[in-house]
Design a protein around this ligand. Sequence first.
Ligand code: GLC
Length: 746
Amino acid sequence: MTSPSPDSPAELTLEEKASLTSGSATWYSTAAGDISRLMLTDGPHGLRRQQEGGDNLGIGDSVPATCFPPAVGLGSSWNVDLAHRIGEALGREARAQGVHVLLGPGMNIKRSPLGGRNFEYVSEDPHITGRIAAALVRGIQSRGVAATPKHFAVNNQETDRMRVSADVDERTLREIYLPAFEHVVTEAKPWALMSAYNRINGTFASEDPALLTDLLRGEWGFDGVLVSDWGAVNDRVASVAAGLDLEMPPSDTDAEIVDAVNNGTLDEAVLDTVAERLRLLAARTTDPALATDPVDVDAHHRLAADAAAEAMVLLRNEGDLLPLDPAADARIAVIGEFARTPRYQGGGSSRVVPTRLSGALEEITALIGPENVAFAPGFSLTDNPDTAAALTEEAVAAATGANRILLFLGLPDGFESEGFDRDTLALPAGQLALLERLTTLNIPIVVVLSNGATVEVAEWASSVEAILETWLLGQGGGLATAEVLFGLASPGGRLTETIPLRLSDTPSFLHFPGRDGHVGYGEGVYVGYRHYNTLDVPVAYEFGFGLGYTRFDYDDLAVVPGTDPHTWLVSATVTNVGERAGSEVVQLYVGTTENTPTRPAQELRGFAKVHLVSGESERVTLHLNARDFATWDAGQHRWRVDAGAYTVQVGSSSRRIHLSETIAVPGDDWVSELSEYSTVGEWFAHPVGGPLLQSVRDRMEAFAAGGAPELLRMVEQVPIIKLVSWKMGLTLERVREMVAFVASQR
Ligand code: GLC
């Protein structure tokens, strides 16, 4: 029992401090002393606040709330301002329900399209993931509610998620799986963060001090509360010692914490720090100055629908079939159960009870009149083979005589969810059979997809006129789909994940989801387009791709050096040269051919979404800095910029580059360490170490000139320490003197 300090609140007892490190109920932290009980609740795209007296599993009914597009959709909008506005709306709804901590955004990288929870994540790329997530965090917290970016870290699969060890090398961690979290923590400063279930290189994420304290707090400056995923704590004491503040839900093992302090294995000061963090979180989330606004349910629904239109990706539009003209194109056959029973969100802990919901069929009928619409479900959501034939015939009958077919296909709830991964990218067999049968009618077909993660389209894409990938769009998706199909809105989405031709082309195919408790990240940094575009692998549709209802020209590229030697301003003018207003996502990639395949040929380093009316132009300016050219040096444990030629690419997708310029980028001025085991080549190349070895170099060059030209290249791969035994005047003492001298010059 420590004596109370004069200026701190009444001192907490050890038992009270221990109780703070675990919840008091499924959705509540613990109150102790002056620290109030806080409510934590899902989720990333809508509030899932349990009805009072909800079950302790937290999967029962929740209070109705606006179901915005899940991250797969919102991410496809590439619209940071929109994400901020949705964050604000989420914060308003959370605060109105007395929620202090909202458990989202989800921001893990989509390593494989098989990931069952990909619908809850933004992209295969860390840059856009970080920007969309940061905007959500800022929006949520602007209303006095804590955001909780999750799941930290390397939680890229559902298979065996509570035990599996993600075995990933340091460079891949730093360049792919950590940067989005780094951006959110350093730029948006979340008040909370959630640790993941899985192990990373053998250590549970919820008890890894290098991750939770050294990196998250020490290097990135996180000052919030670190909460476990629900049930992710395996060792209470190890978790608290590692920097995890709050175990959820409670596990009734506070006594282990008390015992650890009493037997000296846990410093009580750690508990005092936890208390301070919880005190700060309570202060941040109970600010009386911040009014709790009444929620405008209609405005939030409209925002959800607007977001849905910005999110959907038009992949194919032969002959500009879309947008449809009700007068010219009627009679429209609407085929597919998803038109009547919309799939608008994913399964598991993020599931929201929407404030309202309408399917595309209802909205299309309202828009063009029931006399112009024929409907048939076409397939069962359970893909039941017994009813397939009859449903197909019914659909053929409904479509016969129509001018256009709107075919709503996708993945039913049972095919993808939190908690399990897929093992195929194919659409359900019954749907593919229906599609094939409908193509025999020779009526233009528009396929509208509803799926939380990528499906294979290559087999059938050329047999239909248009494909609208709507992902999962939230409660406003039906309205938005009708508005986009009939031209009241434009499809504003671009792919944040590559659509491969086949599963076996995916970079993680040979490693995902692992076995025997381990999953190797053998593809390294070559995730998504970093794989496909470096190896020129043909794909169905590339990262960043999406069509609209108008066209844009790009010109007048300017790449202007900034004051710092590693900064540039990249500007280009984008013009809407089509007949309709529309949006464009201007994408900035940095590429190099010099160091491939040791680094991806191209990486997204900036983007801007512009909305332009016909004939309108906008000059877009994006920024590059040293980090945009850097790779992670796993030997020196730091970011490193290699001097060389880099291409600055501006385009409308990763493979539609309209403007580019090659620039010379200086290396960074880091004087790297040298050791006894640095190779002769590393010593020769070193600005300080090289001159120390000039005599050795001269002798090698003499040997090489004397008839052994290969010698110099061979010896460059030899650790310097090995030359001691070559009796070339290099003693062990001399090598150690040189190492010390180089270190003194850093
Ligand atoms: C779940 C999820 C997490 C969610 C939590 C509470 O298992 O992994 O994202 O916030 O539990 O429902």
